[in-house]
Design a protein around this ligand. Structure first.
Ligand code: PAF
Length: 281
């Protein structure tokens, strides 16, 4: 695996690879890699792409600076995992490489409704930061395909919209299924911060999503939502949302709507750790 830290170096390397006929697959990350990230690398490798992964802990997407300070960093271990997965290139830039002209969010993208609802409602500026960094990384790496995990459903939609706003035909955005622990907990870098008792409870989020899915044919979502909120509270979570939304545009749905492609989404905190997950109905 080639590890590159300078923008000009990765740009030159990728230009050479493209000239040699390689197709470029890109997996942007903030590090603290887990099997979910590695499943994206595996998919990229299986698609016969030159696999390029980036690790950059992007400060501009953290509306809560304490969350940024606590974000786990494990670069050495990440490199080992990427090597084992057969990743071809790791881009490991500094903030100065990513934001040579500064990182003023005011000049970034407007995702309208998508950045105000659900995650956007409690994390102002978060998706602007995501859009800013992903646009910059796409400009550097210029991949044919971008690999994202479904766990961050709203982020996937924002990035698809970003690609649309950038007006390019590429990259193609490939969304890969959420990788889960045995009890259903969605893999996330934040899971590392769970204490053993918190970790033992955290699978409840997925159980709630499965019950929302299972009750779609006969259930009343008001009742199912209340059951989930009560269960989460009983387990010590503070629920931010238990929601149904149109899977194509994230318009919130008050009830199960059989003819509408639907995603159920949950955000809940345990201690100071915020977990999110979703399921397509
Ligand atoms: O999902 C993440 O890890 C980040 O939001 C991303 C897409 C790498 C942008 O910093």
């Amino acid at each position: 695996m080639v590890i590159l830290k300078q923008t000009k170096d990765i740009q030159n390397f990728i230009a050479q690879q493209k000239a040699a006929g390689k197709r470029i697959g890109f997996i942007p990350t903030m590090g603290a890699l887990h099997s979910g990230h590695i499943s994206l690398v595996n998919k990229c490798v299986a698609d016969n792409m030159l696999s390029v992964c980036s690790i950059f802990l992007n400060p501009t997407q953290f509306n809560d600076k304490k969350d940024l300070e606590k974000y786990p960093v494990s670069t050495e271990k990440d490199i080992e995992l990427l090597l084992r997965a057969g990743c071809d290139v790791l881009f490991l830039p500094s903030a100065a490489e990513v934001y040579p002209g500064g990182s003023d969010l005011a000049t970034t993208f407007d995702f309208g409704y998508l950045e105000t609802v659900l995650e956007g409602a409690t994390r102002p500026g978060h998706f602007k930061g995501v859009g800013q960094v992903v646009a910059r990384l796409l400009d550097i790496v210029k991949p044919h395909t971008l690999y994202l995990g479904q766990k961050d459903y709203q982020q996937c939609m924002v990035i698809k919209e970003l690609v649309h706003q950038l007006g390019n035909s590429s990259p193609v955005v490939t969304i890969c299924p959420t990788t889960r622990e045995a009890d259903g907990l969605a893999m996330s870098s934040r899971n590392r911060r769970l204490t053993t008792p918190q970790r033992a409870l955290a699978g409840i989020i997925y159980q709630c999503l499965v019950s929302i899915q299972a009750k779609q044919d006969n259930g009343n979502f008001d009742i199912v939502k209340k059951e989930c909120e009560e269960l989460l509270t009983a387990k010590g979570f503070v629920t931010e949302y238990v929601a149904l939304a149109n899977a194509n545009d994230l318009t919130l749905l008050q009830q199960y709507t059989p003819d509408t492609p639907t995603v159920a989404l949950i955000a809940a905190r345990i201690g100071d750790i915020r977990l999110i997950d979703n399921i397509l109905l």
